[in-house]
Design a protein around this ligand. Structure first.
Ligand code: DL6
Length: 822
């Protein structure tokens, strides 16, 4: 029986309409006749922001009065996307706003497009943080997100003659209506300088850090509205500023540029997001960024704690838990120790006892190149006191290791926070594990590998510390808001309380073989495909057939994610068609979205190759429209929201053991796409949920990958054994796809042969191709395919981020919800 639990609108259409007009007049200084879409967007945001701020005020007051324990989510990235539609949905005001605007002669869909994405993140890790703070607010949990107020988020990608060009992202050029600056909560952050040792009473050693420079951290708050609008938490992002404002003496002496220098340097800290994904950015500025936001955030937390508890530190760990999103905020561990030991003058053991009850750490990758290490020399220069503290933590930890494995120096070397070598390096992962009370991986398989291959000795030393919390996604954004057609169909069929209880989608399973429901479900899919086809037409001037299979691969461009495996397969299909014009395949549109890190040459080469192959195939009449390739530029949250509802097939084809979890896999399956994937990351759990009949699993398992590597993997074996592989790779060397430029695509062939094919693309090619043949056959059976698509949606309950948060609450944070009345 259908239940009705939509959030009930707090204001009606007439009130919303007058709020929009009021803001058009009084906030923006324009009127209905002059306003363009941008002004309407801002006025609409301002109208809903009235509700948001009222919710925020009530929430903060209630949390303060109840002195609640809270989680503090420290993350260098929050990939928020757009907020208007999300906030309207969460307040139950979407239809109200849409109706009010219509009466004012404005289409809501047009003004939603005015909002720039808040792209303060690279990919999965940053978007996960955004989903988590949505769930925390929805579940009425006291929480605050802490990060950096980057002036420029992830670069805007343009494609010129097939190649990626990076342009600056300016998300707040014309002001951002959601954020509130809080100069009254500014913090100061010290950098550089030296440490003086002094002796206090009873010969106590006192350390005084004399910084070489001090910068200010100014907080900007973005309210985070929970579903049904009760709890409104905050995402607090720190912006760097010079502490002295302006050197008037230098200015008066004619040194205008010099007078600005300090300002410019200080402001550089929060200027740009590092666009690296899964690679360590070994830059001094990056370390300063990390320290900057951690130091500001810790001081902010302590200020709030002291307001309620004064100098009594005994309850700090009862009130405060800090989740470190990867090792980017790991410098928080020595920073809290510094504050407790040097400033609060607690003894080391007491301070360490507090620290190790406060921090918990999430690992998001096993890729060695993504595990952060900082040269000890660099830390010493920027944070001289912190390096001393890190050495002290390590010294005491080495004693623990010696107790467990007496005299085992190899073990000490392996587990030490300090990696000895030509250059001493500080291993941030080890620091995080040692300084935290809980460590988690992000999918069952990944967490197993964290235990068995990344940190096995730590698991032995600290039994129970390493655990798993499988990632999740918020169904509010990733189904309700982005796929209104499907959401309404689901509401009608099983009631509308699934956005806060996603297991309810199970109720759809019993209709999976019902012909009427199949037709309704696939009609929505077709409508979504029509919308994406419009987008493809507008963006690429390319016509695609909505009856074709929409095969979607969207994620950062990385060799381990193997977009080049998909590309080789497309080339193989093309070749089969050229050899046999009657080659029997259902028409397919391959849709890609991906940004490559600007310094990652091969990733950029793969983007170029996809676009060049696309040019050729899309314009070759012999293909007879059986294949179309659409690489949509500037992949971002708002584009994902258009691509995901339209996908028939979800490509999740990473080398087994490399993708920690993935979250795009969950979003696509939730919207009724069928996965073709390897047994990697959360694909394993998706397969368990949907069952083997409703997913296409192929390729080497992680054990097989390791065996093959141990045996000695030689990609030439596959090249010579499989004529199709050989032909396709050789094709890359010609100028067939790049007329007049032979060899323009050869780096891909080289990486797959001469460079040893590190991600075993060739080893999995044939299995992938066979799985694609099975996908093709399955799609032709319309009823069977509809059933599979419905089952995928129905079985995604596990992957709501509410479940992830529930797991964190139970296994790690030990947090209680706090009801916000009224
Ligand atoms: O946990 C979120 C996300 C996972 O879903 C991806 O599988 C994983 O690749 C990604 N990891 C990173 C690591 N970055 N660093 N450092 O982004 O995390």
């Amino acid at each position: 029986k259908a239940t009705k639990t939509q959030p009930s609108p707090v204001i009606d259409k007439a009130a919303f309409k007058s709020a929009v007009i009021k803001h058009l007049h009084c906030t923006l200084g324009t009127d209905e006749n002059k306003a363009n879409n941008h002004a309407w967007w801002k006025a609409t945001c301002a109208a809903i922001q009235e509700q948001v701020l009222e919710g925020l005020r009530k929430t903060q007051k209630t949390h303060y009065l109840n002195d609640t324990r809270a989680v503090h989510y420290f993350s260098a990235e929050f990939l928020m996307g757009r907020l208007l539609s999300n906030n309207l949905q969460n307040f139950g005001l979407f239809d109200v706003a849409s109706g009010a605007l219509k009466e004012l002669g404005v289409e809501i869909s047009d003004i939603l497009e005015e909002e720039p994405d808040m792209a303060l993140g690279n990919g999965g890790l940053g978007r996960l943080a955004a989903c988590f703070i949505d769930s925390l607010a929805t579940m009425e949990l006291p929480a605050i997100g802490y990060g950096i107020h980057y002036e420029h988020g992830l670069f805007r990608q343009e494609i010129k003659s097939g190649a990626q060009i990076e342009r600056p992202d300016s998300w707040r050029d014309y002001g951002n209506p959601w954020e509130i600056c809080r100069p009254e909560s500014t913090q100061e952050v010290s950098l550089y300088g030296y440490v003086e040792t002094k002796y206090g009473e009873n010969g106590r050693v006192l350390k005084e850090w004399h910084p070489g420079s001090i910068v200010k951290g100014v907080p900007w708050d973005i309210p985070v509205v929970g579903y049904e609008g009760k709890t409104v938490n905050v995402l607090r992002l720190w912006q760097s500023e010079a502490s002295g404002y302006f050197n008037w003496d230098v200015f008066n002496a004619g040194g205008y540029v010099d007078a600005q220098r300090e300002n410019v340097q200080a402001e550089t800290i929060s200027k740009v997001l590092y666009p690296n994904d899964e690679t360590e950015a070994g830059k001094e500025l990056r370390l300063i960024q990390q320290y900057f936001f951690c130091s500001c955030s810790l001081k902010d937390i302590i200020r709030r704690y002291k307001r309620a508890h004064g100098d009594d530190w005994s309850r700090f760990a009862d009130q405060v838990v800090i989740q470190l999103n990867d090792t980017h905020p790991a410098i928080s561990v020595p920073e809290l120790m510094r504050i407790l030991v040097d400033r609060a003058e607690l003894g080391w053991d007491e301070a360490w006892g507090i620290c190790t009850k406060v921090f918990a750490y999430t690992n998001h990758t096993l890729l060695p190149e993504a595990l952060e290490k900082w040269p000890a020399r660099m830390i010493e220069k920027i944070l001289p006191r912190h390096l001393e503290i890190i050495y002290e933590i390590n010294h005491r930890f080495m004693a623990e290791v010696d107790k467990k494995w007496p005299g085992d120096n190899a073990m000490k070397e392996k587990l030490s926070i300090i990696e000895e070598g030509n250059e001493k390096m500080v291993r941030m992962g080890h620091l995080s594990v040692i300084g935290s009370f809980a460590v988690n991986g992000v999918a069952e398989m990944h967490s197993r590998l964290v235990k068995s291959s990344l940190f096995p000795e730590f698991d032995e030393l600290y039994p129970g510390k390493l655990t798993n919390v499988t990632n999740g996604i918020t169904p509010r954004r990733w189904l309700k808001a982005c796929n209104p057609g499907l959401s309404k169909l689901i509401d009608k069929k099983i009631g509308d309380d699934w956005p806060r209880d996603l297991d309810k989608l199970q109720g759809l399973a019993k209709f999976a073989s019902n012909k009427t429901f199949q037709k309704q479900f696939m009609k929505v899919k077709l409508e979504n495909k029509e919308l994406l086809a419009d987008e493809i037409r507008k963006s690429l001037d390319l016509e695609v057939d909505v009856n074709a299979i929409f095969d979607v691969q969207i994620k950062r461009l990385h060799e381990y994610k193997r977009q080049h495996l998909a590309l080789l397969h497309i080339m193989a299909l093309y070749r089969r068609i050229l050899e046999n014009p009657d080659y029997d395949m259902h028409p397919r549109v391959f849709v890609f979205g991906a940004k490559a890190a600007p310094g990652y040459k091969l990733a950029k080469d793969i983007i170029y190759a996809i676009n060049k192959v696309a040019d050729k195939i899309n314009n070759d009449p012999r293909v007879n429209n059986k294949i179309k390739i659409a690489f949509l530029p500037n992949y971002r949250v708002s584009l994902a929201e258009k691509m995901i509802p339209a996908a028939d097939v979800s490509e999740q084809i990473s080398t087994a053991g490399k993708e920690a979890s993935g979250t795009g896999n969950m979003k696509l399956a939730l919207n009724g796409a069928v996965t073709i994937g390897t047994l990697d990351g959360a694909n394993v759990e998706i397969a368990e949920e949907v069952g083997d009949d409703n997913i296409f699993i192929f390729g080497l398992t992680v054990e097989e990958v390791n065996e093959l590597k141990a045996k000695g993997y030689n990609p030439y074996d596959y090249y010579y054994k499989d004529p199709e592989i050989k032909a396709v790779l050789d094709w890359l060397e010609t100028d067939y796809f790049t007329p007049g430029k032979p060899g323009a695509l050869v780096s891909i062939k080289q990486s797959l042969l001469d460079n040893g094919d590190p991600y075993m693309v060739l080893a999995d090619f044939r299995a992938y191709s066979d799985a694609q043949i099975a996908v093709d056959a399955a799609y032709r059976d319309k009823e069977r395919w509809a059933e599979m698509a419905i089952i995928n949606t129905a079985k995604m309950g596990k992957f709501t981020s509410d479940r992830s948060i529930r797991d964190y609450v139970e296994r790690v944070w030990k947090l209680s919800p706090c009801k916000i009345e009224g």
